[in-house]
Design a protein around this ligand. Structure first.
Ligand SMILES: Nc1ncnc2c1ncn2[C@@H]1O[C@H](COP(=O)(O)OP(=O)(O)OP(=O)(O)O)[C@@H](O)[C@H]1O
Ligand SMILES: [Mg+2]
Length: 310
């Protein structure tokens, strides 16, 4: 009897041990699964937050871009409609009246024709300017898309900084004149390694910003040299930029006033594309600024010794 009892006791002890081990294993597995589930929940939350941020960025992008595209399109359509109805406009009606007079005064006829032509030309100029602005916006968006997919490219060559800057300064002078700002250029020849078109694009962006954010005073373009770099400085006497904004303004779609109603036009892409282009050229863009005094953006590019003889 005793051996039987001992055998039964040992057997049930073994079963108990097996059950305890099994329970421990199951509890271990449960703990691992629980930890995994917690990690999954955190990852899911992070993914949801990232998707929400991306969604907000997309909505912001859509609203900024559609606003920016709509403005010049409205101007183009408005002036096209005026052109279509030119006949009903006061200068054309005056011309019609003059031409129906029994005895036409050549001077009066001449000035009436001039009036009609002036009205038509003004409209066409507005359409042209808005069309150019639209093209600029679309190109900027395409550059941004290329930048995001790593397809933005530059083709640096040896060129003179004057060859790059002179046409840009001439082109931008129209805008400073219109706004009653002075545009000063202090430049001397210097060879550098740069993509001519893309460097012009960067400088146009910097001067464009300087004009946009300056109501009075001047915009200056100054070229300096250091041992191995050419520095193109664009300064203004405008609003300036608060210290905490200085790095953020290079982020895509960031505009320092930060509001949706945005006082100044633009998509907030100019500087992000400009900085990427400068990097691709082996250069940098830096900024210093004081609120209420003005800003200086410096594009630094590689200097070059002499043109390639080949
Ligand atoms: N010279 C400047 N003076 C004051 N603020 C500036 C100047 N340049 C840039 N900023 C600030 O940096 C922001 C970003 O400039 P960025 O050129 O990227 O965009 P944008 O000019 O607003 O639009 P876009 O260039 O796409 O038409 C501007 O909205 C403005 O707040
Ligand atoms: Mg800009």
């Amino acid at each position: 009897m005793l051996p039987v009892l001992i055998a039964v006791g040992l057997a049930s002890g073994g079963v108990l041990l097996w059950i305890v081990r099994h329970l421990l294993r199951v509890s271990g597995q449960l703990q691992t699964s629980e930890a995994q589930a917690r990690r999954d929940i955190v990852a899911l939350q992070q993914a949801r937050e990232a998707a929400e941020v991306a969604d907000r960025a997309k909505m912001n992008f859509m609203s900024v871009v559609s606003h920016e595209l709509r403005t010049p399109l409205t101007v183009i359509l408005g002036y096209a409609r005026l052109g279509k109805n030119l006949r009903k406009m006061p200068p054309a009606q005056r011309l019609e009246e003059v031409s129906h007079l029994g005895q036409v005064d050549p001077a009066l006829l001449q000035s009436s024709v001039e009036d009609v032509l002036r009205t038509a030309t003004t409209g066409m100029e507005k359409i042209e300017r808005s069309g150019e602005h639209l093209l600029f916006l679309v190109n900027e968006l395409l550059d941004y898309a290329k930048m995001e997919t790593g397809r933005l490219e530059v083709d640096p060559e040896i060129c003179d900084v004057l060859e790059v800057l002179n046409p840009v300064v001439d082109q931008m002078r129209t805008l400073t004149d219109e706004k009653g700002l002075k545009l000063e250029a202090t430049m001397a020849p210097c060879l550098m390694l740069a993509d001519v078109t893309r460097t012009r694009q960067i400088v146009i962006n910097l001067i464009g910003n300087a004009i946009k954010f300056t109501d009075a005073g001047k915009v200056s373009v100054v070229v300096n040299e250091s041992e191995d770099k050419v520095h193109i400085e664009v300064s203004d006497t405008g609003t300036g930029i608060a210290p905490h904004e200085l790095e953020k303004i290079f982020d895509a779609f960031h505009q320092a006033d930060g509001s949706f109603s945005r006082s100044a036009a633009g998509t907030g892409l100019g500087l992000s594309v400009a900085r990427e282009l400068a990097h691709l050229e082996g250069g940098t863009i830096s900024v210093r600024s004081e609120v209420g005094v003005g800003s200086t953006f410096t594009l630094s590019l590689q200097k070059s010794k002499s043109p390639d003889p080949s």
